[in-house]
Design a protein around this ligand. Structure first.
Ligand SMILES: Nc1ncnc2c1ncn2[C@@H]1O[C@H](COP(=O)(O)OP(=O)(O)OP(=O)(O)O)[C@@H](O)[C@H]1O
Ligand SMILES: Cc1ncc(COP(=O)(O)O)c(N)n1
Length: 266
């Protein structure tokens, strides 16, 4: 029996809504064998990030080696990488093992405002990580940070930003519009260097969106692992995250997680 394999290289969210935990749940939901490399442990719940504990470079490198020297993977997602040294290491290892279908979610700030990427790492993300990506999935604040923009406020500005992001080297850009204000739709734009594709869904009025970015990028990764095209993968991931947010969970006292099983159970 064979199964597609996907690897996530990201931070652990002990609260289960984002990071490694969201990724593995999403891989499982999409019938892909999930594997993980933990870069950082976070002490985190729906109220915020209470502690960040980076793993040693030795531990991170050994986890990546263990996976690539034996099992290999059909697609890989990166999430919270936190420090400059970790970004460097991950890029080197992905190049060494000629990893394919690399989905980079350039995680920078948690919903509650906690920094998940140190300022010094930003240049390395731009110059080393984005160029090796098949797909990048920034949200609007992340796109602004990468491009040095004050804000992105309209679909036209999103298109321009997607084009500028693609010039940094990734094959495909998925610019997520979850943060676009004043719209009753959540519109994500896919740019492949030639055409823009819009993935639109009704904006759901909920605060329980912890881990939406991780879940969406993990669903894209799972579909790429199964051999789907980027367009198909983004389409499925959009439906997956929409269902997960529609049935999002009021667990904890703050910003609750989404329901990863919602799409499958429909
Ligand atoms: N309220 C909402 N209703 C419907 N879709 C949403 C909503 N918020 C976000 N989305 C969708 O969820 C996906 C993730 O987008 P978002 O912009 O929230 O990512 P993010 O900010 O990176 O998430 P995270 O906060 O987990 O890092 C996108 O497809 C986006 O359009
Ligand atoms: C380990 C980890 N990775 C990513 C996120 C971003 O998710 P969110 O912005 O929804 O908190 C997070 N909070 N924690």
């Amino acid at each position: 029996m064979t199964i597609a394999k996907a690897l996530t290289i990201a931070g652990s969210d002990c609260g289960g809504g984002a990071g490694i935990q969201a990724d593995l749940k999403s891989f499982q939901e999409r019938d892909v064998f999930g594997m993980s490399v933990i870069t950082v442990l976070t002490a985190q719940n729906t109220l915020g990030v209470h502690g960040v504990y980076p793993q040693t470079l030795e531990a991170i490198g050994a986890q990546i080696d263990a996976i690539f020297q034996d099992m290999g993977t059909d697609a890989v997602k990166t999430g919270m990488l936190f420090s400059d040294e970790i970004v460097h290491l991950v890029v080197e290892k992905l190049q060494q093992y000629k990893a394919k279908n690399i989905v980079v979610d350039p995680v920078m700030i948690a919903k509650g405002g906690a920094p998940l990427l140190q300022k010094q790492a930003m240049d390395t993300v731009k110059s080393r990580l984005l160029p090796i990506a098949t797909v990048i999935t920034p949200n609007l604040p992340e796109a602004c940070e990468i491009l040095g923009l004050d804000s992105i406020n309209t679909l036209e500005e999103m298109k321009k930003a997607a084009k500028a992001l693609r010039e940094l080297g990734p094959k495909y850009v998925v610019l997520k519009g979850g943060h676009l204000e004043g719209s009753n739709e959540a519109v994500d734009i896919l740019f492949d260097g030639e055409e823009y594709f819009y993935f639109t869904a009704k904006r759901i009025d909920t605060i329980h969106t912890h881990g939406t970015g991780c879940t969406f990028a993990a669903a894209i990764t799972a579909e790429l692992a199964k051999g789907k095209s980027v367009h198909e993968a983004v389409g499925t991931a959009k439906q997956f995250i929409q269902a997960a947010i529609e049935e999002s969970l009021c667990i904890g006292k703050g910003i609750g997680p989404t329901k990863h099983s919602a799409y499958r159970l429909r």
